[in-house]
Design a protein around this ligand. Sequence first.
Ligand code: GLN
Length: 288
Amino acid sequence: MKVRTNLLKDVKNHYLRELEKVYGKKEALSLLNIIIEDFFGLTKTGQILEKDFRLNETELLKIHFAVKELKKEKPVQYITGKAEFYGLNLKVNENVLIPRPETEELIENIKNELSSSAIKKIIDLGTGSGCIALALKKVFPQADVTAVDISENALKIAMENAAINNLKIRFEQKDMLNTDELNSLETFDLIVSNPPYVTEADKDKMQNNVLKYEPHAALFVDDNNPLIFYKSISEFAKSNLNTGGQIWFEINEKYGNDVKGLLEEKGFKNVNIVKDLFGKDRFVKGKR
Ligand code: GLN
């Protein structure tokens, strides 16, 4: 099937029919609106108003290839290279997870709980795109924020995101599972992490776009040791969290009580599970 003319309206209708087969009408339209806005700077309304907008050959090809990727269920954020998080415009690629709305809730919870005057030093472990570290720097501008990741490629993106958003944070390439490496860092008033927490057993509930394209190292843990990152980070926090400081985790909804137990075992106080907007156990916090 060929595109009838090179008028944006016709091109859009053509690709809408292609995408509908995979996504249904509503989502197909929304995905097309996103890529057209990104490629040609035309908002949703602009696309309707600019009735005579025509695409040249290069522009047509750009849409053609983007739609081809979308049909293979590639997340649109990896096509545009952009994602929004807590009001920040972030760059993303397949080396980092696309920031999730739950993680915005994590920031909001921390913001509501902690007074900015008490927080001087913050560390985010497993920063990926840098979303948590950068959002916290925005919320607590006076704090020194350190962002840690094992992946050099992820750190590259996180550094670009700091520059794009004009936020100054420090980056460290370290392995969260290596307690000696972590313990060599100084002490902090807030330790936060959204580590890999999806088990093999959860895989069949996951969507193709996540499974096929997002970095598995950032998502998955071994079914036999699903709390491996939490164990290592809480051990680090035992020695590197200042008195009066807090530790916050994003968690797999299945393990609320286990992570809570783990923090209590390590001697943290006021350990609580916090639910997300869907009523699922999603965060665990503790104090020292
Ligand atoms: N919430 C993410 C998902 O469901 C997982 C994030 C993580 O593993 N830390 O895809």
